[in-house]
Each structure stands twice: as structure tokens, then as C-alpha cells.
Design a protein around this ligand. Structure first.
Ligand SMILES: Nc1nc2c(c(=O)[nH]1)N[C@H]1C(S)=C(S)[C@@H](COP(=O)(O)O)O[C@H]1N2
Ligand SMILES: [Mo]
Length: 337
């Protein structure tokens, strides 16, 4: 059960400044960053429900998903010794600014998102461009369960059992040309169903865009997810199709994707466009490179309560060094944050 703590004074020091707070301040101050103190906003706490998938609400899965689900390779990748975050937390503490900047806004507002029918455009430097209905787009892929840490740049984290397939399998289908160096992902732009795109929160130039270097996208850990906790994705988590790159800060994992482009130049991403000095293209989880306004050395693992804040040390590449460190041997990770 979720309890919304009513008073800002109930918060403790492990709370960090959410990106939304920063953005509203930044817009007020016209970019003057000096001296902004960490905020203490009301926050969510929850009872500790350790049993895996116990609190999952049944969804309304599209038939293509229901047909594929029984063939899922369960626990294809797991984390050992760390509890899976309760479904309630993973679905009620979200960042999805298209539906508002509060952590509870996506759960409240994302019901307006129409995920059926859904189509995905593949374009750019590929031999096989096209526009696909999602059920056709999904046909070639076997679903796998990937239990990953998710580390937000705001210094909270979760462990989420995703269901998806490796991006490498998609790239095999669409055949990037020799000019393709990056992959660019775009979220739906639909102000009618996305109140955040209508609101005065004008700093984001919609649609939300993210990208990866092609070799990053080819890494076996990088997936496109269509489900979590044994069911289809809830809207607030980026239904019906989202990126998940577990060694990078959460903002790279773009939600509700409608367009995937293979491109020659590094894509200009949403958070970079807002504040390039703070949010880089790479955004690899790195406890030794602090964000200008908060440390990245530690994180608050949800569920995190007043009396059990559940703070842990952040790991290099979010604990996935063995799998991904070789991608960055020639890169200065201080400059390329
Ligand atoms: N389109 C879109 N994708 C997005 C965001 C967003 O605001 N819009 N927020 C990002 C951030 S900051 C995080 S931490 C993760 C959160 O994913 P979750 O809500 O499923 O935990 O989604 C990312 N993907
Ligand atoms: Mo985030």
C-alpha cells in the first residue's frame, strides 16, 4: 500500500532534487544555476512487500502479447541477491513528463494513452525501412524476461523484471547500412492524449528523443521492452514499446516509441537539449562523476521509507561493467558523461 507523506518536513536528507523541480527553477531563473539548494518535496513511501509479482494488477493484454507470452524465456538475465521492486512502486513512482512532472502523475494520467492500434516507423540508414503495425513489428522476436536494475539520475533505483527482446535482433531484421552509426528513438507526440505536452511545461521540445551508439545498441543487455512483471507494460511505464539500457541513467530508456531511425550523426537528445552541461549523450551510470547538484555515489533503492531509507552504493555501469565496460575503453568518461 502506498502512503503519500503529507509534509515536506517529513522528508529526509537522502531525498534528491527531481529533474522537474530543477526544470521549473531553471525556467524561473533563466538558467542561473548557482546556489539552488536541494529541495525537500513530499515523497512516496511504501510497505515492504517482498514477494515477487504478488501485487501485480491484471492488465488487458493485446492478443499478440498474450500469444507470445507463453514462449517467454523467463529469467534470461537476473540480478542475484537483490529484491525485485514491488509492482506498486514500479508503477506509481514514475518519470514520464508527457503525463506530468510529479512521480504519481503518470499513474494518474497515462490512461488516456491509446496503445492499440500502434505503429512503429523504421527509417534512415537501413536496407529495410517501413511502417509496421506493432503486432507485425513484433512477429520475429522471442520474448525474454530481463531482471535489471534501473538507476535514475535523481539517485533512486529499482529492480524491474522487464519482458522484451534484444535490439540486436531488430537490427538484424532491418539491416543498417554502412553509414549507420547511431540509433535514434522517438516517443509519441500527441498533445490530445498527453497532458504534459499541452501544459505550460514548455522547456521540452516534444517529442522526447533518445539515442545510442550502434555498438551500444548491439550490446546483448540493450532491449526493447513490451512487458514487465509477467504482463504487458502499464501505460505509465512506456506502453506499448520502450527502450531499456540498464547500465545508463533511466532517462535514456525512452518510453512509448513510435519511430526508430538509424542515423549517421549523434542524435540530439531531449535532456542534452535542455541542459547539456548536466545530461550527456552517454549517461552511463558512474558513481565517480557527480551530477552538478547531487552526488551519484549512492542511491535510494525503492521501496524506501522514512525509517528504512534503503540507501546503497551506486555501482559503476550500474553493476554491468563486465558486460559493457569494453564499449568505453577509448572514452574519457568524465568528459563524456
Ligand atoms: N518519453 C519519455 N520517456 C522517458 C521519460 C519521459 O519523461 N518521457 N523519463 C525517463 C526517466 S527520467 C526515467 S528514470 C525512466 C523511468 O521509467 P519508469 O517510470 O518505468 O521507472 O523513464 C525514462 N523515459
Ligand atoms: Mo530519470
Amino acid at each position: 500500500m502506498l502512503i503519500k507523506l503529507p509534509k515536506a518536513s517529513d522528508c529526509h536528507e537522502s531525498d534528491v532534487t527531481p529533474e522537474s523541480f530543477y526544470l521549473s527553477r531553471r525556467s524561473l531563473l533563466g538558467g542561473a544555476l548557482a546556489g539552488i539548494a536541494a529541495s525537500s518535496l513530499p515523497r512516496w513511501a511504501s510497505a515492504n512487500d517482498a514477494s515477487r509479482y504478488a501485487d501485480v494488477e491484471a492488465g488487458k493484454a493485446p492478443s499478440w502479447f498474450a500469444d507470445k507470452l507463453p514462449e517467454t524465456k523467463w529469467q534470461a538475465v537476473t540480478v542475484t541477491g537483490e529484491a525485485i521492486t514491488p509492482f506498486k512502486d514500479a508503477t506509481h513512482y514514475n518519470n514520464f513528463y508527457e503525463f506530468g512532472t510529479g512521480k504519481g502523475d503518470p499513474a494518474t494520467n497515462a490512461g488516456s494513452l491509446q496503445t492499440e492500434p500502434w505503429s512503429v516507423v523504421i527509417d534512415g540508414e537501413v536496407a529495410k525501412p517501413g511502417r509496421y503495425a506493432l503486432e507485425d513489428f513484433m512477429k520475429p522476436y522471442q520474448l525474454e524476461e530481463r531482471i535489471y536494475r534501473l538507476r535514475c539520475v535523481e539517485a533512486w533505483s529499482m529492480v524491474i523484471p522487464w519482458i522484451g527482446f534484444p535490439i540486436s535482433a531488430l537490427l538484424k531484421q532491418v539491416e543498417p547500412t554502412s553509414k549507420a552509426k547511431y540509433i535514434r528513438f522517438e516517443t509519441l507526440k500527441d498533445p490530445k492524449s498527453m497532458p504534459g505536452q499541452r501544459s505550460s511545461f514548455g522547456l521540452i521540445d516534444w517529442p522526447y528523443v533518445e539515442g545510442l551508439r550502434l555498438d551500444e545498441a548491439m550490446n546483448p543487455l540493450a532491449i526493447l521492452a513490451v512487458g514487465m512483471y509477467g504482463r504487458e507494460l502499464p501505460n505509465q511505464n512506456g506502453a506499448p514499446l520502450r527502450l531499456v539500457v540498464p547500465w545508463k541513467y533511466g532517462f535514456k530508456s525512452v518510453k512509448s516509441i513510435v519511430r526508430i531511425s538509424l542515423v549517421n550523426e549523434q542524435p540530439k537528445t531531449t535532456w542534452q537539449s535542455i541542459a547539456a552541461d548536466e545530461y550527456g549523450f552517454y549517461a552511463n551510470v558512474n558513481p565517480t562523476v557527480d551530477h552538478p547538484r547531487w552526488t551519484q555515489a549512492r542511491e535510494r533503492r525503492l521501496p524506501s521509507g522514512l525509517f528504512s531509507p534503503n540507501v546503497r552504493e551506486t555501482q559503476m555501469f550500474n553493476g554491468y561493467s563486465d558486460e559493457v565496460a569494453s564499449l568505453y575503453t577509448n572514452l574519457d568518461l568524465r568528459k563524456n558523461y
